[in-house]
Design a protein around this ligand. Structure first.
Ligand code: MF3
Ligand code: CO
Length: 251
């Protein structure tokens, strides 16, 4: 079932997403060699608490932390731990909150110190793929126009997109219809209309698209050990086009 939002509701979803955006900006500043991903989780919780926002992931289907910290070959849902980040790592930080009855959800991938040229390119291409998808979130378009734009851009650089995880509608639930795959032919699926709020979240792998889940039941890693990057924005589809609700003030 699709749940359309009024401009007032979209304003509220934006407030939640701006809390997430602000916290991701603070977390990015904390990322450096020697810190642990558990530390990032604690900082995120503290900042959310200050904003009177509830971390959205903790307890969701039993997820044990507030943050997903996915390092190098971890695709998504990496569990924060006491392991230290080291120079050259890349880390995806995925965070969500519930505030005023509405959810915010966004993710970034950032370098730990100096990283290889190839890792930089993977991060940049994944971010670009997200924005290519967002550009296609237009009233009158079709859902898979987004999917196809994401896939085409990632594959044009020789990368693969993960199939088993998808983007999603978002509002008074963290996950609503529709599911938004990051691959597919254009021009199919539901029609996109003003009033839809969706989270688009490409996961792009340096090598193959296959993933496997570790015994913890959460951590998704690349089967071939290749690097993976992940970006996510919550957007609203409006008559004027897509509006990025989780846009960060600093890039
Ligand atoms: N951004 C991810 C999603 O929307 C994060 C969810 S982690 C979970 O699916 F723990 F909440 F599942
Ligand atoms: Co999401």
């Amino acid at each position: 079932m699709l749940i359309y939002k009024s401009p007032k509701e979209i304003e509220k979803i934006k407030i939640s997403n701006q809390i997430v955006a602000g916290i991701l900006t603070e977390l990015e500043k904390e990322v450096r060699p020697g810190i642990t991903t558990l530390y990032l989780n604690d900082v995120a919780e503290e900042l959310a608490c200050k904003k009177k926002a509830l971390p959205a992931f903790k307890g969701y289907k039993g997820y044990p932390y507030s943050l997903c910290t996915s390092v190098n070959n971890v695709v998504v849902h990496g569990l924060p731990s006491k392991k230290q980040l080291v120079e050259g790592d890349i880390i995806s930080i995925d965070f969500g909150v519930l505030f005023g009855g509405y959810y915010g959800d966004s993710a970034i991938t950032v370098p730990v110190g100096k990283i290889s040229k190839s890792a930089k390119k993977l991060i940049l291409t994944t971010k670009e793929s997200l924005y290519k998808g967002i550009e296609k979130a237009l009233p009158g378009g079709r859902l898979s126009d987004i999917s196809n734009a994401v896939q085409s851009h990632a594959e044009s650089e020789g990368y693969s997109v993960v199939r088993v995880f998808v983007g999603h509608g978002i509002g008074s639930s963290l996950h609503e219809d529709p599911q938004i795959p990051n691959y597919g032919k254009p021009g199919i699926g539901i029609m996109l209309n003003a009033g839809m709020t969706i989270a688009i979240e490409p996961m792009v792998n340096e090598k193959g698209c296959e993933v496997e889940i570790l015994e913890d039941g959460w951590t998704a890693i690349t089967k071939d050990g290749g690097l993976s990057a992940h970006f996510e924005h919550t957007i609203a589809i409006t008559d004027k086009g897509p509006v990025i609700l989780s846009e960060r003030i600093v890039s």
